[in-house]
Design a protein around this ligand. Structure first.
Ligand code: ATP
Length: 335
């Protein structure tokens, strides 16, 4: 047992460098998400951790043990893929029992399978075959099958992405609870930033075979180190920076305050950014308003501003109405 330490991992496929020097520490018992756009190398990194792929350079340690070239079967890691990969000719219970055969007495297997079915809430469908289960249920069987072996590390490759939105959100919660309850070190690959932010203790943002930033969801959201991370996690506006030392300023839509023309204090006139409404989108508790600055001064693209539903009642949010935008310096990031 112990933390996973990934050091200096390089991996090429022919001339293509899929991973370019990955350095990473994954704490024991924590939930880590590998997040990034398609092709950034997330799955390749997960497969190297699983032992399904070997790196060209670099090492993987579990605690103090070098496991870089240890075959997958010799690591006690559980793996769950996007496709549930259940045996179609075995019931839910037998799918879970499959990996336990020969590892413990039959009676103990039966108990273990019952425990697992209870854990993932599938007691009532234990005798069904995969084809008779919904996608969410199949994925829970796959999860139970992986967890039944009491793995030291649980590896999940986009386990929720084939499910519809409602089931996905529900399974997200269940998976988080389960992980917390069992305390298994878990690494999940996802390209869904919301999934990563809501589930992970630690998020690793990857881009083109490198780690852009690693941190808690809040750290990545509040203090993205690069424009890539700022843009990939949540919505953000990029504006020309007024600082000589930076190229661009970045600010999130919810940090911009919007005032109507008749609500302007005299000392604010001229210091706020007047902008014309292009579009206002209702999102329940707030409106996301897209505006074009009246005097662009280098700012060509629209600015996004979130206006709370209660504040929106005091504003004219129709197309072409002008709002005055206040961009607090304390909330502005510079790159
Ligand atoms: P996705 O979210 O689309 O699965 P990913 O971030 O998981 O993307 P990887 O699957 O790790 O990306 O692939 C990284 C890059 O390496 C991609 O450009 C992919 O085409 C390439 N690649 C991966 N496996 C192989 C392989 N066996 N042979 C050749 N190229 C590969």
């Amino acid at each position: 047992m112990g933390a996973l330490t990934i050091a200096g991992i390089h991996k090429s496929f022919g001339p293509f460098e899929a991973l370019r020097g990955i350095q990473l520490n994954i704490e024991q018992g924590k939930f880590t998400c590998l997040l990034g756009p398609s092709g950034c190398g997330k799955t390749t990194l997960l497969r190297i951790i699983a032992g399904l792929e070997q790196p060209d350079r670099g090492t993987v340690h579990l605690g103090s043990r070098d496991i870089t070239f240890l075959p997958p079967a010799k690591r006690s890691f559980g793996i769950v893929f996007q496709s549930y990969a259940l045996f179609p000719n075995l019931t839910a219970a037998d799918n879970i029992a499959y990996g336990l055969k020969g590892k413990m007495p039959r009676r103990q297997i039966k108990e273990k399978v019952e425990d697992m079915l209870r854990l993932v809430g599938l007691e009532s469908v234990d005798g069904r075959y995969p084809a008779q289960l919904s996608g969410g249920q199949q994925q829970r069987v796959a999860l139970a099958r992986a967890i039944a072996l009491s793995p030291e590390v649980l590896l999940l490759d986009e386990p929720l992405s084939a499910l519809d939105a409602k089931v996905r959100v529900k399974l997200r919660e269940q998976l988080c609870l389960l992980q917390e309850q069992l305390g298994i070190t878990t690494i999940m690959v996802t390209h869904d930033q919301e999934e990563a932010l809501t589930m992970a203790d630690q998020v690793i943002v990857m881009n083109e075979g490198r780690i852009e930033q690693a941190g808690t969801p809040q750290e990545l959201y509040d203090r993205p180190r690069t424009p890539f991370v700022a843009d990939f996690i949540g919505a953000i506006n990029f504006l020309p920076s007024e600082l000589g030392s930076a190229h661009v300023a970045a600010i999130r839509p919810e940090h911009i305050a919007a005032r109507g023309s008749d609500d302007l204090l005299p000392e604010e006139d001229g210091r706020l950014l007047p902008a014309k409404i292009l579009h206002a989108e209702f999102r329940g508790s707030y409106y996301r308003v897209s505006l074009q600055p009246v005097h662009p001064a280098g700012q060509q693209s629209p600015v996004l501003v979130d206006v709370s539903a209660s504040h929106a009642q005091k504003l004219d949010l129709r197309r072409d109405a002008v709002l005055h935008l206040q961009l607090p310096a304390s909330r502005t990031l510079h790159y």
